[in-house]
Design a protein around this ligand. Structure first.
Ligand code: NAD
Ligand code: WQD
Length: 337
């Protein structure tokens, strides 16, 4: 496939991996990012991996004039919109900031796209829109409920897209609901390494593996799961990136919108992930069992059948590969390379 694609938030974790997948598939990629949650060396690393220089514009997605200037500079065939704030706990403390960036940013982007005559958009949604799922595996038509302000912004964004598409048939939206992204690029040059103490399991395990954090606190071992710890559908970020390429290929070929879960369809418990990371880093990682974390679900995993049937998408990489690639990236990062 060919075409020029704008990746908002393209210097972030999922966006940077998607940039590589798109370049390798033959697309030209341009990044818009305010670097509020990305390292400044990501564009250079993308060039090291792909051999291609990636134009990168530092811009806030809510800055209408800045976004319009980027659309004036490049002729885009489609946009992938990653730029958003994503910490569930923080979203409950600062709801207006989350609504402002996640929903306000989407509206600014849609306005710029409309004025530039670009009507294809892939949107980063999340399995969080299913709330506490009642059916397993979770299909796309499961009931939707926002249990946090973050989830609310994703639900509201999906509804904004539905309203726009209903009013103007030129819009083609690819809504992708990710389950739990994990792992890093095979080069070891890009991955997930948050600046603050991580809230999420994988980056937390990485910090325990380096010794920066003493032990993992397992949030509850009395869930209704095989080993009592929470079960999630972890999807390797390179598989997730491939899903974006398929979504874009389809939008460009058909100009028809779609909505898919991106997951593996398999659940992995916290203790299973801890053991996989221990094998990856070569030592038994310490842990303690703590109380449940408020708002956590016992178990959920995707029904990925629709994405496989209609998009040809299959996530095949294992938790072992997620932990090994994460550890390779963290080691390189700590060694300064
Ligand atoms: P990330 O924070 O690594 O990437 C987001 C990028 O957007 C960052 O580079 C950040 O600097 C940029 N950004 C943030 N606010 C911006 C603004 N106002 N203007 C311009 N750029 C801005 O996060 P990620 O994990 O790569 O997530 C990407 C998308 O996927 C987000 O929309 C997120 O909600 C969604 N998502 C993430 C997960 C997950 O667990 N990582 C799961 C489901 C959905
Ligand atoms: C996974 C499991 C925890 C940390 C979140 C968002 C969701 C989506 C993905 C964006 C759970 C357990 C964790 C720790 C632990 N993001 N855990 N000790 O909560 O499934 O999903 O990220 O859209 O919206 O809610 O991911 O990585 O935080 O937790 O025991 O220190 O690990 O209880 O069972 P979660 P997570």
């Amino acid at each position: 496939m060919s075409g020029r694609i704008l990746l908002t938030g393209g210097a972030g974790y999922i966006g940077s991996h998607t940039a590589i997948a798109l370049i390798e598939a033959g697309y030209d990629v341009v990044i818009l990012d305010d670097f509020s949650n990305a390292r400044p060396d990501v564009p250079d690393r993308l060039e090291m991996i792909t051999g291609r220089s990636v134009p990168c514009h530092r811009c806030d997605i809510r800055d209408a004039a800045g976004v319009a200037a980027i659309f004036a500079r490049h002729r885009f065939d489609a946009v992938v919109h990653f730029a958003a704030k994503k910490a569930v706990g923080e979203s409950m403390e600062r709801p207006l900031d989350y609504i402002n960036v996640n929903c306000g940013g989407l509206l600014t982007l849609l306005g710029a796209m409309q004025r530039a005559g670009v009507f294809r958009l892939v949107f980063s949604s999340s399995a969080t829109v299913y709330g506490l799922p009642k059916v397993l595996p979770v299909p796309e038509d499961a009931p939707l409920v926002a249990e946090s302000t973050y989830a609310w912004t994703k639900l509201a964004s999906e509804q904004i897209l539905a309203q726009a598409a209903a009013a103007d048939p030129r819009w083609a939206f690819g809504i992708l609901r990710y389950f739990n992204p994990a792992g890093a690029h095979g080069s070891g040059l890009i991955g997930e390494d948050p600046r603050d103490i991580p809230n999420n399991l994988m980056p937390y395990l990485a910090r325990v593996a380096t010794g920066e954090l003493a032990r993992l606190e397992v949030f509850g071992d009395d869930y209704n799961t095989p080993d009592g710890t929470g079960v999630r559908d972890y999807i390797h970020v390179e598989d997730l990136a491939a899903g974006h390429r398929l979504s874009l290929d389809d939008l460009i070929a058909t100009d028809r919108g779609h909505l898919f879960n991106l997951g593996t369809g398999k659940g992995t418990s916290v203790l299973e992930m801890l053991r996989a990371y221990s094998r990856a880093c070569g030592r038994d990682l310490p842990y303690v069992i703590g109380p449940r974390r408020a708002g956590d679900v016992d178990i959920y995993y995707a029904d990925p059948a629709k994405a496989e049937r209609e998009l040809g998408f299959r996530a095949t990489r294992t938790p072992e590969e997620m932990c090994a690639s994460s550890w390779a990236f963290i080691l390189r990062r700590r060694n300064g390379s």
